[in-house]
Design a binder for this molecule. Structure first.
Ligand code: ZN
Ligand code: ZN
Length: 361
């Protein structure tokens, strides 16, 4: 179910409704994922100007054909810098004020913008479009689900080719290859394959060391399908694990299940995070859990909301988040288990089909 043009119009409509909050007559959208969200444009160079009655996408000649195919709004192709062209249109449309994305514009672009639209009031805004993006439409949820399923299928295929002599890089490359063969645009982030003590590094880069026997093996991977990310972590046993490592896996699994169980509309992100930590405390492992419990995902791999200790934001139906507690013991190893879940009216639905029990590879 692809996102259709009415949905883009609705999104631009919702953006227009925010203009009065910032006492602005228009929006200048510079973050590419936000441009894509509002217009459907998938190119690498685009800016969107939205006023009460106009929506104009600015891009360069490379994207002339693509932009008119992908977008319903007006398309202006600039030979020079597209920000200068957008600024020219701000003046041409006699807009007196422009809301802009203060956290998603480079300093040089900001200075150039300020100089070009001298008489126009610039209103710095942070996170407004990201806020709209938190609640996913049925079409978006279907696309994320497809991404999640592809990601799980890629892991299953890659594990069939697993050999104990493989290096971390070999296995990561196998995973990426399977993702692409299954139809992913790309991986959503650099695939993490970390074995033995390296699994204690939450964001380890794969190395050319052979994957070790009788150790933990942590794999964190995500696909990008039609622009939407998936994100999954599983931790495996390569050969035989000692009791300590098995207990780490048990603790994280119980913690993850408790946090998933806590997800429903109306609860705060902090309370979901607390559910994960409570279980780990029971195992004496809460101090080994050094990151937040999860994050939203969609057009970007990390989106709002953050499922963290202090997040007072309440979950709502249609949010898609990850639940990914982990414990990391230096010189020993780490365990993380991560699923993607969608918040539903009665609780949540786990999208990730891959099993979570400890599997020996
Ligand atoms: Zn992940
Ligand atoms: Zn994640």
């Amino acid at each position: 179910m692809p996102v259709d043009s009415t949905e883009f119009q609705e999104r631009i409509g919702k953006l227009r409704e925010t203009l009065h909050l910032y006492r602005a007559q228009s929006w200048l959208v510079t973050a590419l994922p936000n441009v894509r969200y509002l217009s459907g444009f998938t190119g690498s160079n685009g800016i969107l100007l939205v006023s009460a009655d106009r929506a104009i996408l600015f891009t360069d000649p490379r994207y002339q054909t693509q932009a008119s195919l992908e977008c319903d709004c007006d398309v202006k192709v600039a030979k020079g810098p597209i920000l200068a062209e957008a600024a020219k249109w701000v003046r041409r449309l006699r807009l007196k004020s422009v809301a802009f994305e203060q956290n998603r514009i480079g300093y040089e672009d900001y200075v150039r913008l300020k100089e070009t639209v001298e008489a126009v009031r610039l209103k710095p805004v942070s996170g407004a479009i990201e806020h709209l993006r938190m609640i996913k439409s049925p079409a978006e949820i279907a696309t994320i689900q497809a991404s999640v399923q592809l990601n799980s299928a890629a892991l299953e295929q890659a594990l069939k080719h697993f050999k104990p002599t493989m290096t971390e890089v070999d296995l990561a490359a196998e995973i990426d290859y399977r993702m692409r063969r299954l139809g992913a645009d790309s991986s959503a982030f650099d695939t993490i394959v970390a074995s033995g003590p390296r699994s204690a590094l939450p964001h380890a880069r794969p190395t050319d060391h052979p994957i070790r026997q009788d150790e933990l093996l942590l794999i964190d991977m995500g696909a990008n399908v039609a622009g939407y990310a998936s994100d999954m972590t599983r931790t495996f046993a390569v050969g035989k694990l000692d009791a300590k490592k098995k207990r780490m896996h048990r603790a994280v699994l119980e913690s993850q299940l408790a946090a998933v169980h806590a997800v429903r509309p109306g609860v705060t992100c902090a309370s979901v995070d607390a559910s994960a930590r409570r279980v780990l405390r029971g195992f004496g492992m809460d101090k080994l859990f050094i990151h937040s419990t999860g994050h939203g995902l969609g057009l970007e791999i990390h989106e709002r909301p953050r499922i963290g200790r202090k997040e007072a934001l309440k979950l709502e139906t249609g949010m898609v988040i990850t639940i990914e507690p982990g414990v990391y013991q230096e010189n020993l190893g780490g365990v993380r288990i991560e699923d993607t879940v969608v918040v539903t009216s009665s609780g949540c639905q786990v999208l990730t089909p891959t099993g979570k029990e400890l599997v020996v590879v």
